[in-house]
Every structure is written in C-alpha cells, then in structure tokens.
Design a protein around this ligand. Sequence first.
Ligand code: ZN
Length: 158
Amino acid sequence: MKISNSASSANKFTKLLKFISYSVYIILQCTWGIVQTLAGFVYFLISVRYPHEFYHGAILTRRKGIGGVSLGLFIFANDNNRNNFSDKTAAHEFGHTIQSLLLGPLYMIFIVPESMLWCGLPFFQKLRKDNNISYYSFYTEAWANKLAKKFLHEEVTE
Ligand SMILES: [Zn+2]
C-alpha cells in the first residue's frame, strides 16, 4: 500500500514538473519568442487542415510539401506517414524551438535567414552534394541537433 502511494505521488510530481516546464516553454515562446511564434501562427492557420499534435510543449503540424520548419511555438514537419525520418525531423525541429527560446527575436536574424539560404540556395545544395557535406554540419542545424538530443534524448537526422 505504502509503495503504491509513493509511486503515485512520484508520478504526480513528474506530471506537475512536466506541466510547469511546458507552461514556461509556452509562455516564453509567446513573449520572448513572439516574433517567430506569430509567423508560425500564420503558417499554422494556412496549414489548419493538416493533423496537429502536442509535441513536448510545442504544436506540431504534419504536412506535405516541406522537410521541416520551426517558428517559435509551432513546428511543421513532413508527413510521410509518421515514419522514422519524420519523427527524427520533428525532434530536430524541436531543437530549433529551443534556439527560439534562447535567442528570442534574434532567432529571426541569426537562424531563419541563414538556414533558409543553406537549405534552399542551389549554390549550397551543389556545394553539399559535390563535397559530400552533411546538411546538419551548418551551425544552425548542428546546434538544433545538439539541443534536441539534450532536451529530448531522442535520435535526430544527421
Ligand atoms: Zn533545421
């Protein structure tokens, strides 16, 4: 009886800690990270017909036509029937949401433009392909993976 009581209070304590950490995460994304959270909210409205889920405090939308995008509170990851790749992408994108917490509005200056150019410019695509350079070697991506591993203890795409 005593053992199950203490197990149940430990469980309650874990749930309370989770509730507090998610609340802090959401409040920070909606204040310090408000610039990218607002941009994410607009993209969320555009993507409203796709499935959404709660993901470690963030709102994850699985949609077609993208690899992964992270804007404050909102994560958008490819659909792919929730295979291993898309789960690893979601974890990687969660790392970007931690960058948003750390950098606040600077996220839109030091992460978004650089990672968009690194991802989308044909020059960088060719550079990566010709020299066999990992997409995740660029500082915005390597840092996101490091944060994802630290906070989620999950595998990420590398
Ligand atoms: Zn990334």
